[in-house]
Every structure is written in C-alpha cells, then in structure tokens.
Design a protein around this ligand. Structure first.
Ligand code: 13P
Ligand code: SF4
Length: 359
C-alpha cells in the first residue's frame, strides 16, 4: 500500500504534468484526503453548472458518486471525458428508483388521471426527479415534460412543475419531496407514498384523486439516521445551538431543526455566522468535520454522535485518484463514465429546464 505522502506526491506530480488538461471536481462529502486536490468543490447543483462551464479541460476527474459523473458527462463538452476514480461509488438512494418500476408507476398514473390537460393547460402529472437518480430516469423526465431538481432548488423546480401540471410524481427521495412540498403549504394528505409493488401504489382512489405530489419510497441511508431525539439532546447540551439539517432528513427532523438546506446552504450559513456560534449539523460527517476544522471560531458538531459517513462517497480514495490521473498522463482514460447519446439527449432537456428555472 502506498503511503499518504507517496500518494500525495504522485497526485501532485500527475496534476502538474497535466496542467489545464484536467480538472478535478469534488462534492462536499468527499474525504479531506481527496478534497485537498479538488480544483472545484461544490454541491450537486454547483457541480453540474461547473461541468457545463469548464470547457477547456480534456478530462474531468469527478470525485463524487456515479449519478453526478453521469450528469457531468451530459453537460460537459463533447470533447471532454468524465472519469469516476472508483466505479463502485454509487448512491443507494439513486438505486431505489429503477426505470421499469418508474415506467410502471407512470402507466398507472396515466390510466388513472388520463393525459388531457385541464382548462388552464396543465397536464395531469409532471415527473420530477432528484439529481440523485440515473441518467435514464432524467431522460424519462425529459421525454415527458418533466424536470430535474437538486436540494438547493427543489422549491423553485416544484413551482415550475405546478405551473405546467396539476400534480407531481417526485422520485427517488420521499423526504426531499415531502419537506419541499410541505414548505410550499401542501397538506400531508395530498402527498401519498407510492409503493411500486401495490396497485395505485397502495393508495385509495380518493387519496390519489386529491394527490398534489406522489412520493417515491426512496431515502438516503445517511440522512434518515438523524432524529428529533438528537436535536433535543443538542439543545439540552448546548442552549442556543443552531440546528441545521439537510432536506434529505425525515420531515419531523427538518421541522424540529432551525433551518434546512443543501450542503452549500449549510456551508454559507456557517461562513456567515457571528464568531462563537454553536452549530449542530445534520449531514454527512466528512463535511461536518471539515467545517469544524475550517471555522475554529465556532463550535460545530454532527447531530448524530455515531460517525455516519456516506459509504459510497468514501469509496473515492486518493489511491484511485492517483491511478486515474497517472492514466491520463500516459494517455489512457480509465473509468470513463459515458451516457449513451440516445439517453443523454432527453436527460439534457430535463437538466437544462432545471438550470433555466429561476426562483
Ligand atoms: P447536495 O450537494 O445537493 O446538498 O446533495 C447532497 C447529497 O446527498 C448528494 O448526494
Ligand atoms: Fe446518496 Fe445519501 Fe450518499 Fe448522497 S449522502 S450520495 S443521497 S447515499
């Protein structure tokens, strides 16, 4: 096994050799040993925009998970290759919605609601997929008048959808869907959960008739661990603590927190706080620990006392980064992520709708 110092010097040497030919992008959840080599660090939305903007590099080495690398491939220039240092870096939430079950759900919704627009020209259902989904599901949305959202623009995207549709099918993350719809004033009774193994998703016809948002049953295994008991404990231990959680957390946790927002929202909230603020943060541990190190003027801790990394984000190890960068130095593109054009052409429609949607 290569030592940390050896890996560091190999990565720096390869990056120096490649210069502007490569850009290393990283998500906020990446471990510090990877983040230190990132030319661009961001949340899902910022990374998608960066992939679109960075047209000079031949290769984007994407330190994040598979769906993000797919998105980068679809939005980056045709001459650019996108590399995922470890192909096993997936996302368990993205895997919870597969094309056949979403298509089966859609067929049931079409049979139930029909396909005719109402008097205002709004179609019966608009499909909205969270960025955390396969390119094929983004294409599904693109082909059916739908759109992609991230945790930083979910409300804007839902507003876009309700201008064009009477209701939304939201997948894969039930929590982001529920939290966003609730903040928009939609009552819980109008947010049925869809169980793909049951007719009408396990809901009565009455419930489906009143539905404003049909929620897929997916969730993030990292964020579902946060609880209101942890918030109570943090408030008992640190009176005046500011509790900020990611909107992938369950609704009762988001409701009990002081604020919720995307990874970039959390970062900006910490950066803007007056010195000496205490934060309890409900998101991935690598990000929370990095914030704590970067802002020693605050007290920052993770709401969950048990360490909770995103195990797939963690699969991007500096050893893989060194390996793919050295491959590029030799002229070899290793671990390339390529979305077939037949899929990408439709997925880009849904992504571009998101990038154009303004609050
Ligand atoms: P954001 O970066 O959009 O906040 O998303 C968090 C996440 O779970 C990425 O997988
Ligand atoms: Fe997927 Fe959750 Fe990990 Fe994000 S934190 S990549 S949603 S498993």
């Amino acid at each position: 096994d290569a030592s940390d110092e050896e890996l560091t010097s190999r990565i720096l040497a390869a990056k120096a050799e490649l210069g502007d030919r490569v850009v290393v992008m990283g998500h906020f959840y990446q471990r510090d040993e990877v983040v230190r080599f990132a030319d661009f660090l961001g949340d899902s939305f910022q990374l998608a925009n960066a992939a679109k903007a960075r047209s000079e590099a031949e290769a984007i080495v994407f330190c994040g998970v598979h769906f993000m690398a797919e998105t980068a491939d679809m939005l980056s220039g045709a001459h650019q290759s996108v590399i995922l240092p470890n192909l096993a870096a997936g996302c368990s939430m993205a895997d919870m919605a597969d094309v056949p079950s979403v298509e089966a759900c859609w067929a049931e919704l079409e049979a139930f609601y029909g396909t005719e627009p109402d008097a205002d020209g709004r179609v019966p259902v608009i499909p909205v997929t969270y960025m955390n989904s396969s390119a094929a599901l983004k294409a599904f949305c693109g082909e059916r008048g739908g759109i992609v959202c991230t945790s930083s623009n979910a409300a804007t995207v839902l507003e876009w959808a309700y201008e064009r549709g009477q209701r939304v099918l939201f997948f894969p993350d039930q929590h982001l869907g529920r939290n966003t719809a609730k903040a928009m004033g939609i009552p819980l009774e109008e947010m049925p959960l869809w169980n793909p193994r049951q007719p009408l998703g396990g809901n009565s016809e009455d419930v489906m008739r009143n539905a404003k948002v049909v929620l897929w049953q997916g969730f993030c295994s990292v964020h579902k661990r946060f609880t209101t008991a942890q918030i109570d404990q943090a408030r008992a231990d640190f009176p005046g603590v500011r509790v900020i959680v990611h909107p992938e957390c369950p609704m009762e946790v988001v409701d009990a927190a002081d604020e919720s927002g995307s990874t970039d929202y959390i970062l900006k909230a910490v950066a803007a706080a007056p010195d000496g603020t205490t934060f309890a943060i409900g998101t991935e541990i690598n990000m929370v620990n990095r914030l704590a190190a970067q802002y020693p003027q605050h007290t920052i801790f993770c709401l969950d006392p048990v360490i909770c990394p995103c195990s797939t984000m963690y699969r991007i190890h500096p050893g893989y980064l060194a390996w793919v960068l050295e491959g590029l130095v030799r002229g070899e593109v290793l671990n390339q992520i390529t979305v077939p054009e037949a899929t990408a052409v439709h997925a880009r429609v849904a992504l571009e709708r998101m990038l154009a949607a303004k609050p």
